[in-house]
Ligand binder design. Sequence first.
Ligand code: NAD
Length: 482
Amino acid sequence: MPDDPLAFPEACAFVGGDWHATAGRLPREDPSTGQVVGAIAGGGAAEIDAAVTAAGAALAGAWGAAAPAERGRLLLGLSALVRAQADRLARLEAEDVGKPLAQARADALALARYLEFYGGAADKILGETIPYLPGYAAFTWREPHGVTGHIVPWNYPMQIIGRSVGAALAAGNACVVKPAEDACQTALAFAALARAAGLPPGAVNVVPGTGAEAGAALAAHPRVRHLSFTGSPETGTAVQAAAARNHVPVTLELGGKSAQIVFADADLDRALPFLVGAGIQNAGQTCSAAARILVERAALARVTAAMAARYRALRAGPALEDLDLGPLISARQKARVESYLARGAGLARAAQGRVADHAPAGGHYLAPVLFAGVPPDHVLAQEEIFGPVQVLIPFDDEDEAAAIANGTPYGLVAAVWTADGARALRLARRLRAGQVFVNTYGAGGGVELPFGGSGRSGHGREKGLEALRGFTQLKTVALWHG
Ligand code: NAD
């Protein structure tokens, strides 16, 4: 095992550069079969405190002393290791999350790309000089916060670690990661690779455990100086409340109810894979899922027929078989999506896909469903379902399209499909979303593109160079030289 850079022991946390067994243990389930296949660490307040202490020691020691270019070199080395191990990382994530292997592999490569991007940026985090009074020199430094906490959900562990931990490390912070109890293997593999890449002990710490124990302890820890949270709005509220008591900044990414708006002049052949793909990717368990497809009435029959044909061909099956979609993460998540389907019983179904005949009975599979003619205020058009469910909503003109698209409490991502460039730009201005795509869709890629939302989607931006602002604090220096 010592020669294998990716190996990690079962039911351990990674703290201060080493593995530590935790008192608690949690079951690890394979969502493709519903079987318990192992155990993970059940860390709590004691392990979180040890991790925060280790991160603080790293900042006082080798990690804090490393030149920015050295931090960058270490991240680039880690990126190369992740890339070399992409197939194994993909398998771990597919087993944990249930996502098809090809999607998991894309996530592993995205993690490598985040580390490459932020590794390259580590020595380019610049301050400014400020014209000030005669006799003064004034300038700013961008300094790390110190110890940063990263509470990660189960849907895209590798991508979310890449975008938040990658940026935080590049900026010189030391990180404590609390992965989701449903999917923490790749977080542990990441820790193993960070050690193999030579990151000093304590720069990266990973403590698996429940949200109520490890998550809450991290959010409330008085020596954590910044929190990055991705997950549900309810938990986001709890994390922000805990951070507020310590006067600590928080980045919240809380999901959405994103809309793609299709005008009659759109290139439907190009749009189609994006319209369906952004709904069923990761079985719809994606914060930027395009859960609502708004269609200009003149094109409604055409778009509905084309999407329905795709839906009928969709098959859900075991993650490692790499079909169109895998199972949902858990029985709980499946029950949640089914409860929404029950609330949509009165709606017309344009089409649905299938669960593969041979899919194990215990797996958490659901056939994807496309609803037609859904009123914009229907619960299925308003609330985040987080499953393979899309709704088609007709509209008559640009004003109505914008009003419907903006008519939820969320504001994460939107897309406009049209051949009319001026119309696309008018709508891009009007849409309440942190990212707007025109004749494309895809927040999952785009490492370079700042990402985040407003309202119930959260606040703050990750990804791109913008993330480095969030993971640093500005210090102003004014010097009188006479
Ligand atoms: P969650 O928000 O409870 O979990 C996300 C992370 O927060 C996990 O690591 C969890 O352990 C941790 N956590 C839970 N309670 C905590 C607490 N009190 N303090 C600190 N950390 C805590 O999400 P969930 O329960 O796994 O899923 C519920 C719903 O949230 C889903 O059905 C979905 O709608 C939504 N969700 C959204 C995203 C997203 O990417 N936006 C991701 C996961 C889930």
